[in-house]
Design a protein around this ligand. Structure first.
Ligand SMILES: [Zn+2]
Length: 250
């Protein structure tokens, strides 16, 4: 705890030290988490990871703040409508916790550009909304052997699993084809639902980094925020998966 001791930085974590221990807090401080997408889901995850004291965050999200973002994208605000999402989010996170090193890229997830970000991360949170980017991120995590929290929501429904390359199913094991009916723009979302999904994703990352508790590795968790029904099922790899299986591309 050397680098945390002797100041306000350690004091701010006083209420969670009893849960994570000093070793857990130190592990968070030394960790790098990439959050791909800082909208309703990823922005919530980034907020709680910064609050928890993750040492370095790498963020990626393109574009400017639009009015329809504001029902869920809690890192954004009305004063910055029309301005870049990423710079607004970084400023918000740094106000929350100035001890976190934050890198942000005003960018979608593209394999070559995102490779160094994924390679540097101890764990990645996939909070993108469209499947091409999700597949690119999944491929990157498999290629770099980086764990990935696969979190998604649609309407009132949430699904979450944690991918450990080589051990658990990857995204392409679960969804081998891009779903043609997928409509990424204008999908229905209530902020509280995407916030729950973001909190679950942040918790997965904290558990993975600190070793406290059990992650959803190899387990698909589904939750309905409408009636609070939930269930978990064990999931298995597809040996012929085009990404992580024997049929995988070189
Ligand atoms: Zn796979």
């Amino acid at each position: 705890m050397e680098q945390l001791a002797g100041g306000l930085e350690l004091e701010r974590y006083a209420r969670q030290l009893k849960l994570l221990g000093e070793d857990g807090q130190k592990a968070l401080k030394e960790a790098t988490v990439m959050v791909a997408g800082i909208g309703g889901l990823g922005g919530t995850a980034a907020l709680y990871l910064a609050a928890a004291g993750v040492g370095r965050l790498i963020l990626a999200h393109e574009g400017n703040i639009l009015a329809p973002d504001l029902n869920r994208q809690i890192l954004m605000d009305s004063d910055h409508l029309g301005q870049e999402r990423m710079s607004t989010a970084i400023a918000r996170l740094q106000r929350l916790n100035p001890h976190v090193a934050i890198e942000g890229y005003n960018s979608k997830i593209e394999y070559n550009a995102a490779r160094p970000w994924v390679r540097d991360a101890d764990i990645v949170i996939d909070a993108r909304y469209d499947f091409p980017e999700r597949y690119a991120l999944n491929r990157l995590c498999v290629d770099t052997n980086t764990p990935m929290v696969e979190a998604a929501m649609y309407g009132f429904e949430i699904s979450l699993t944690t991918v450990i390359p080589g051990l658990t199913p990857c995204l392409e094991c679960l969804y081998p084809d891009v779903q043609p009916q997928w409509e990424p723009f204008g999908f229905p979302v209530l902020g509280a639902t995407s916030g729950i999904a973001g909190c679950l994703a942040a918790l997965e990352a904290v558990k993975w980094i600190t070793g406290v508790g059990t992650t959803y590795a190899g387990v698909m968790h589904r939750f309905s925020s409408l009636d609070f029904a939930c269930y978990s099922v064990h999931i298995t790899r597809n040996p012929n998966c085009a990404c992580c299986g024997e049929g995988g591309k070189p």
